[in-house]
Design a protein around this ligand. Sequence first.
Ligand code: UDP
Length: 380
Amino acid sequence: MTTSSAEPKRVLFLFSDTGGGHRAATEAIIEALDLEFPDQFQTFMVDFFRDYFPIPYRYAPELYPPMTKYGIWRLAYRTSDGRVRTRALTGMQYPYLRRAAHRLLRENPVDLVVSVHPLVNSTLARAMRKEPLPFITVVTDMVSTHAFWYDRHADQIVVPTEIAKERGIHFGIPAEKLEVVGLPVADRFVSLPVDKAAWRAEHGWDLTLPTALLVGGGDGMGPLRRVAKAINEANLKLQLVVICGRNEELKADLAAVEWNIPAHIYGFTKEMPQFMSAADVLITKAGPGTISEGFIKGLPLILYSKVAGQEDGNVRYVLENGAGVWAPRPREVVEALRAWVDNPDQRLAASQVCQALARPNASREIARIIAANCNLGENH
Ligand code: UDP
């Protein structure tokens, strides 16, 4: 930790609420900056789509869930994922987005810009050409990272895995600009002590049954409803905890189910670290944030869906490392659960793999990289 009496450095974080992960990652980095460098940074978060970009971009946070559901996202993702294609697309869009990008920079005068979203990098880099600012990208997809993440004008690109680094090199980024640190995760996942038994007792959960935690990203996405109902009908010796995120309809629907097993249904929670600490298995869509948090908590993973494109690689990564299983049909989720309920040793082995894959220091390492790019911290 370092201290200084100089004016705090101003850092702008560009994110958008397309899914829950970009906001969560941004908040984790800001928290780490405060912890590592108290009073040395003033931070600003801007949802560039919602607050600055024109129609139809402005509605991206609202359009993201239906686009992923009906396959439009997959098509857009695959057809645009290439170095030449992203440059061409940026070139085509830029005349329309230029004013918004300049207004964003004018209204948020800062010492350094951090992008935590793939779809702003090239536009911002162009807008900053005349008056360059230090510019860092924090890649918050894990493995199959889209070409849009990698703009060669970024001063540094921080990535969560070696595979994401290799993709950066493939897209023409010099290796020395790419740093593998992991995915930024809130400090509470690392440092908040949770008494599993006490948490379970306080929340009316069974104290001894294996506990499966079912989540679908920030928006309660994927076939959560069908998965929950299949587990209910399977007569397994476990209890189920479902977090519906911001999906109120799902929460109401599941709250009305007649449960054959102990079940606990929640909406969006800020206590995910506690929920994960009190659980034994994590059933989730293949969101990078949730997977990284599950790794830290040593929770074996059952992945029941993925956003086609950016989450394909996450599934491969989990499977190839032995951290969990891919179960795209509800009955496959049930079978995976049954195997882990019946064979606690297998569950333990997967749990140990998860802990080995965890990168609990990612947020603080990113904070140090930001500080170094502001000429603060031990590197300077
Ligand atoms: N999350 C949360 N509360 C909830 C549901 C989700 O804090 O009720 C957090 C979760 O811990 C993770 C993020 O939302 O940090 C979801 O990110 P992920 O990358 O898994 O999926 P996305 O929502 O971005 O598709």
